[in-house]
Write a protein that binds this ligand. Structure first.
Ligand code: PMP
Length: 397
């Protein structure tokens, strides 16, 4: 018996596939602007100094390798929640937040999908159009009924967004990118968030905040958490999937925190037991290394300051590249409007390069951009910027 002999091969994931093509590319000019991973001035992955120092300290302590609890390390998830909501949050003081450690942002969203399937009567979820490519597969896996709301039309489609929320089915779940919207780089203003959350409250919708890039929009973690804190202030029951992949550069540690704002302490405890029942048969308990790193940093105000300064540096470097690319493309009078590069924030810019342009960039210039024209700004630096700009200019001639 050959149980899998009938299985067909599936096409590879387009983003990871592009990354592999980049890695195999022999050109010395190659530029990777596909995957959303930050690179330093020399195009290398960046391990933050604060992380290196904490890791040295952890290594010297010969810590045991015992299993964590099913819901992770309490020191980690309690500190992560304080960072997210602010230490004075009434949800923390009244023990009305159910927080657990999870496998980064993706894992937090996947658990959210399973929790809705298991515990909510309403299984409808609204996603922004467009959104991160993995959102639909994540929630499809949990069998939720997926719908979209308008988000972008050469800029934030605010009226379309509000109209679609107004017409949404009551008590549904709605995914929001707390900041640095992927792929468009376009976020609502604080004033627009107020209106969005007013509509959310009126329609009894439940926000799911995907917070993969807190700190990457403005360089300030607290400022980027505006929408989440406003939802908490207004007692809107919300789910927050917090990731430390980007802002602490801990991509491969798969470290994140899922927080759910509850009505009562009892509700938070009940939810914790349900989440544990989902996790145990899935992966038993999360890995410890990432939670030790983040927990150690977050319980020490000196290390937090060090981290935030390094985070600000990453954000500033991206901002500087945005300005330079804009300046050079404008100077060359390259076709199309490039203003969006400087008005967008976070890791990405949604250029209006077409699939055809992207193909030429890859095949002729070894510049790797996602087929939608989404550019990961983290991969641009002083060494490749001139080559990038002149290549885009030539492609658009
Ligand atoms: N949400 C969004 C919008 C993202 O762009 C990403 C990463 N590309 C994630 C979630 C998940 O990231 P991670 O699982 O590494 O935290």
């Amino acid at each position: 018996f050959k149980p899998f002999s009938h299985i067909q091969s599936l096409p590879p994931d387009p983003i990871f596939d592009l990354l592999e093509q980049y890695q195999n590319c022999k050109s010395t000019n190659k530029v990777n602007l596909s995957i959303g991973e930050y690179r330093d001035e020399n195009g290398n992955p960046l391990v933050l100094e604060v992380v290196k120092n904490v890791e040295k300290d952890l290594a010297s302590r010969n810590l045991p390798k015992d299993n964590l609890p099913i819901d992770g390390d309490p020191k980690f998830y309690e500190e992560a929640t304080k960072l997210l909501l602010g230490p004075e949050s009434k949800y923390i003081k009244e023990k009305r937040v159910c927080s657990i450690q999870c496998l980064s942002g993706t894992g937090g969203l996947r658990l959210t999908g399973e929790l809705i399937k298991r515990c909510s009567k309403n299984k409808t979820i609204y996603l922004p159009d467009p959104t991160w490519v993995n959102h639909a597969p994540i929630f499809k896996k949990s069998g939720l009924e997926m719908k979209i709301y308008r988000y972008y039309n050469n800029g934030l489609n605010f009226s379309g967004l509000i109209e679609d929320l107004e017409n949404a089915k009551e008590n549904s779940f709605v995914v929001f990118h707390a900041c640095s919207h992927n792929p468009t780089g376009t976020d609502p203003t604080e004033k627009q968030w107020k209106k969005i959350l007013k509509t959310v409250k009126k329609k009894n919708l439940v926000p799911i905040f995907d917070t993969a890039y807190l700190g990457f929009s403005s360089g300030n973690y607290d400022k980027d958490a505006f929408a989440i804190r406003l939802a908490a202030e207004q007692e809107i029951p919300s789910i927050i999937a917090q990731s430390f992949s980007k802002n602490l550069g801990l991509y491969s540690e798969r470290i994140g925190c899922l927080s759910i704002l509850c009505d009562t302490q009892k509700e938070a405890e009940n939810l914790r037991s349900q989440l544990k029942a989902i996790i145990l048969p899935m992966y038993s308990n999360p890995p410890i290394h990432g939670s030790l790193i983040v927990g150690t940093i977050l319980e020490n105000s000196y290390l937090i300051r060090k981290w935030k300064a390094e985070m600000k540096e990453m954000q500033s470097r991206i901002s500087e590249m945005r300005s330079l690319v804009y300046k050079e493309l404008t100077r060359k009078k390259t076709k199309r409007s490039w203003k969006r590069i400087i008005s967008h924030s976070g890791m990405f810019t949604f250029s209006d390069l077409t699939e055809k342009h992207v193909k030429i960039l890859k095949e002729k210039y070894s510049i790797f951009v996602e087929s939608t024209g989404r550019i990961s700004m983290g991969g641009i630096n002083h060494n490749n910027i001139n080559y990038l700009v002149s290549s885009i200019h030539e492609v658009l001639q």
